[in-house]
Design a binder for this molecule. Structure first.
Ligand SMILES: Nc1nc2c(ncn2[C@@H]2O[C@H](COP(=O)(O)OP(=O)(O)O)[C@@H](O)[C@H]2O)c(=O)[nH]1
Ligand SMILES: [Mg+2]
Length: 253
């Protein structure tokens, strides 16, 4: 069987780094050969000891000095510079002979998913593994229907950009009450219910706003809502085992 590379994706602060750590620890505990990769050149500290680290090749601090850029320009350039080191990174990864490669990606989604570097990473990893994405959505962000709609649509945009199987996973469920969880689960289990709630909310809005909301809903109807099974907390570990079982079934059975 080919190894599986899991790109951990999502908006800044959604929990990519903590998920990468928690999920690779879970894989380790099941005796799976795992390689944990940090692909964020600008992160100061990660809460894990990466097996392969882009910071060994690209230094955000040196990019600032060398190119005399401000923080934002240096962020963009250091992520783009990953490209020059991809062959080395991939051979570092291959040296681990892992079954699961967990890749923690740059903090801000626009530095990775929205740039060419993400396609290059996907195509490099595809030479030695099946590449999938985990798009994390923040559970508290699902409490308001407009941010629920945009978060879910964002995961479809990520899927479109990277063109890989994408698992949309709701992280930080530990921050929700049982009642909130039930409400979200119910919205995600029935497209009709989600549509009714969204359309009721936008009833008073302008025609144009309602057309946009309806079109976004249509996109979700046609491409699917996240499976309720995929609610996790990278903080307390719940849901990670179910996700591991789903991957194991899909890729190794
Ligand atoms: N309560 C809670 N906090 C989380 C969870 N996952 C991440 N966090 C916190 O959210 C913040 C951002 O997490 P981080 O992994 O750095 O996000 P990233 O920018 O997507 O890599 C940190 O303070 C984490 O401790 C979770 O499942 N539950
Ligand atoms: Mg991070």
């Amino acid at each position: 069987m080919q190894p599986v590379s899991i790109l951990v994706l999502g908006l800044a602060g959604v929990g990519k780094t903590l998920f990468a750590k928690a999920f690779s620890e879970l894989l380790d505990s099941y005796g799976e050969a795992t390689c944990l990769v940090n692909l964020d050149p600008a992160v100061v500290e990660v809460p894990y000891d990466p097996d392969v680290d882009i910071r060994d090749y690209v230094s955000y601090e040196s990019v600032i000095r060398e190119y005399q850029l401000g923080p934002n320009g240096a962020l963009i350039l250091s992520c783009d510079l990953i490209s020059e080191h991809l062959n080395r990174i991939v051979s570092d990864i291959e040296a681990f002979s892992a079954d699961y490669i967990v890749v923690d990606t740059p903090g801000q989604m626009e530095l990775f998913i929205m740039r060419e570097i993400s396609s290059e990473v996907v195509s490099s990893l595809s030479r030695m593994s099946s590449v999938i994405g985990v798009f994390l959505v923040s559970a508290p962000a699902l409490m308001k229907v407009d941010s629920m709609l945009t978060s879910l649509v964002m995961s479809k945009i990520a899927e479109f950009r990277l063109n890989i199987p994408m698992y949309t996973i709701i992280n930080k469920v530990d921050l929700l009450s049982d009642e909130d969880k039930r409400r979200i689960a119910s919205l995600l289990s029935s497209y009709e219910e989600l549509r009714d709630v969204v359309l009721t909310q936008v009833l008073e809005s302008s025609d144009r706003y309602r057309v946009i909301a309806t079109s976004l809903l249509k996109l979700l109807e046609e491409t699917g809502l996240p499976h309720p099974l995929t609610e996790v907390s990278a903080m307390d570990g719940r849901g990670l085992e179910a996700f591991y079982s789903a991957l194991d079934q899909a890729y190794f059975r």
